[in-house]
Ligand binder design. Structure first.
Ligand code: M6R
Length: 603
């Protein structure tokens, strides 16, 4: 996810901006840039790749004395990672940096282009600076022009804008993406997308709320919401950087679980409208030449792919199968050019998945990557890519990457169904409603978290866990079991509920813990019978369901959703927190579990 820093004051601006961007490196980025306005002149530098490249480019630049500046690390969403697409973006006399996604940028861009404005980048962000300058040329002052620009934007944003028209001011706006203002007793003002760049510089901060915007000068902060001025309420800033990077959470994994609502909104942004799914990234794929899908992936990515096989067959009415990449590579598979080959990978560097992709390419198949890291090996090799937009994932145990993969695959299944005319209007409306409802389902409920924390103490021993579910809840059961074993080191397996009686039920006794996923919208009665069979053998049963269940030893009640995918995401969060709280009680290193690496680049 992109990072933002800003500064107004007398000290060397480059120092705060580059140090601040360094603190934001943990969020992931592919390019970086700064712009400094001093004595009516704006100096701007951008560099692709590591921050070191920007440090090198700015080596002979200095900016002591009063002035202002802003810096940005970019994680590509619209437009490839290139220097031209790096921020700040410039107009004739102003520069902008932006985190998030401007959903209606195409429409704004077309209007500006019709007025003769030339765009230099492929980003959505560049429209902001041109629209602002257009308002100025039409006679608005800078404040009015900024306000009018913000009013036009739909989507998520944290924005900083500087202009020679108001050389002592930084304009800012925030919606659905974090932005913090800071200050200290020396009269310096700071802006940042997280606490960590501010530590050691600002002494107090205000965390902006969605819809807030305004402008900052050396001695003044003007803050507004809905055109009404508001007084910023500052609070003292803590001093622990690692704590700040985790936004106050105990572990990156926990932070990433809580981020899922926000990142899934980003996954959806610009890809869904009221009536259909728009995936511009798929232009390179000729769907008229495709009559089946093969998915290849490893670990958590395999689980999202397995869930997607149900969605592709049910919604897009296309044959779909999946293979674990390490198995696929050596089985001498039969590859057909009319099969779309989809690889799923958070990192884009997993060796087995990459090699499977190479085999498909060699066989002349059309290839599509579902990936979180633009410009990764898998993205570079595939014919087309759908980026999952989860932002960097630090916890070795994947959480938000899985959620965003699932949403991307669901979007793809609907897009294909649309293309193949296998989904009627009513179903499409229903699916879109459920898709757009997903970010709110992903908000972690504090009471549920607390309940899971308390009951986790009863699950620290035993001779194993079975996570069970049917249909898409079977891959979720596999994923729940993988999360638990990765960070608790307890033995856990995922099983289709209906398979238990074909062998595993022999293990059932009071020390066998069964986590039963019992959604109301997917084969509830069938799963219920399977759980009753386990209960009759005295297995200890934790039920996750919206419906009360008498035989459960423990019960986590989910909300009353009307779509199975919404139930899927609610149960996903519960299994993630369940694993987290057990691992915490066992004293394990949640973010870096033993024997595991975040990116598996060897076979
Ligand atoms: O980067 P990838 O998605 O290709 O990684 C695949 C697996 O190594 C990964 O999902 C692994 O299973 C995670 N540790 C799961 O939490």
């Amino acid at each position: 996810m992109c990072g933002i820093v800003g500064y107004i004051g007398d000290n060397e601006k480059k120092e705060f901006l580059l140090n601040g961007l360094k603190e934001l490196e943990y969020r992931g980025y592919d390019s970086a840039g700064i712009a400094v306005l001093k004595d009516g002149h704006i100096s701007s530098y951008r560099a692709l790749g590591k921050l070191e490249n920007l440090v090198h480019k700015t080596a002979s630049f200095s900016s002591d004395g009063f002035g202002l500046g802003m810096g940005h690390t970019r994680w590509a969403t619209h437009g490839k990672p290139t220097e031209v697409n790096a921020h700040p973006h410039r107009g004739e006399f102003s520069y902008v940096i932006h985190n998030g996604i401007i959903e209606n940028y195409k429409e704004i861009k077309e209007n500006l282009q019709a007025d003769g404005i030339t765009f230099l980048s492929q980003t959505d962000s560049e429209v902001i600076v041109h629209k602002f300058e257009k308002f100025i040329r039409e006679g608005l002052n800078a404040q009015e022009a900024f306000k009018s620009t913000i009013n036009m934007l739909q989507g998520a944003y944290a924005i900083l804008l500087i202009t020679k028209d108001e050389p002592e001011t930084i304009f800012f706006a925030k919606n659905a993406v974090p932005l913090i203002l800071g200050q200290n007793a020396n009269g310096e003002k700071f802006m940042s997308s997280s606490d960590s760049p501010l530590i050691g510089y600002a002494t107090e901060v205000v965390y902006l709320e969605d819809g807030e915007y305004g402008w900052i000068k050396k001695d003044e902060i003007s803050l507004f919401i809905d055109e009404s001025p508001i007084i910023p309420i500052f609070q003292t800033l803590g001093r622990d950087k690692i704590y700040a990077q985790k936004d106050g959470f105990r572990f990156f994994m926990e932070k990433e679980i809580y981020e899922q609502s926000t990142v899934v909104s980003e996954t959806l942004m610009g890809r869904v409208n009221d009536e259909n799914i728009e995936l511009d990234e798929l232009k390179e794929i000729d769907f008229s030449n495709i009559d089946s899908i093969k998915i290849c992936a490893c670990g958590t990515s395999y689980h999202s792919g397995l869930a997607a096989t149900y969605l592709f067959e049910r919604l897009s009415k296309i044959r779909c199968s999946i293979e674990i990449a390490s198995e696929f590579r050596y089985k001498k598979p039969l590859l057909d050019k009319r099969t779309l080959f989809i690889v799923i990978s958070q990192s884009g560097e997993t060796a087995d998945t990459l090699e499977a992709l190479k085999m498909a390419k060699k066989a002349g198949m059309q290839t599509l990557a579902i990936c979180n890291v633009d410009n990764s090996s898998i993205v570079r090799l595939s014919n087309a890519t759908l980026l999952t937009r989860a932002g960097i994932e630090k916890g070795v145990a994947s959480t938000k990457a899985f959620a965003t993969q699932m949403v991307t695959l669901w979007l793809l299944a609907l897009y294909l169904g649309q293309h193949r005319k296998t989904i009627n209007n009513e179903t499409m409306q229903n699916e879109i409603k459920a898709l757009l409802h997903t970010p709110s389902v992903l908000h972690v409920n504090d009471n549920t978290h607390e309940k899971i924390r308390r009951l986790s103490k009863r699950y620290l021993h035993g001779h194993g866990f079975f996570f069970i579910g049917r249909d898409i809840f079977f891959p979720l059961a596999l994923e729940g079991a993988l999360k638990l074993k990765e960070i608790s080191y307890l033995h856990a397996e995922g099983y289709p509920s209906g398979e238990m009686k074909h062998g595993p039920i022999a293990l059932a006794d009071s020390e066998l813990f069964t986590v039963a996923l019992m959604p109301q919208n997917m084969l509830y009665d069938k799963t219920k019978s399977n759980v009753e069979e386990l209960s009759a053998r005295d297995a200890t049963i934790l039920v996750i369901s919206p419906k009360e269940f008498d035989l459960a030893d423990d019960f986590i009640k989910t909300s009353n959703q009307s779509h199975p995918m919404n139930e899927f995401f609610e149960m996903m969060i519960i299994t993630q927190i369940f694993a987290l709280e057990i691992a915490v009680r066992l004293g394990n290193d949640v973010d870096m579990p033993r024997n595991l690496a975040k990116s598996v680049t060897v076979e």
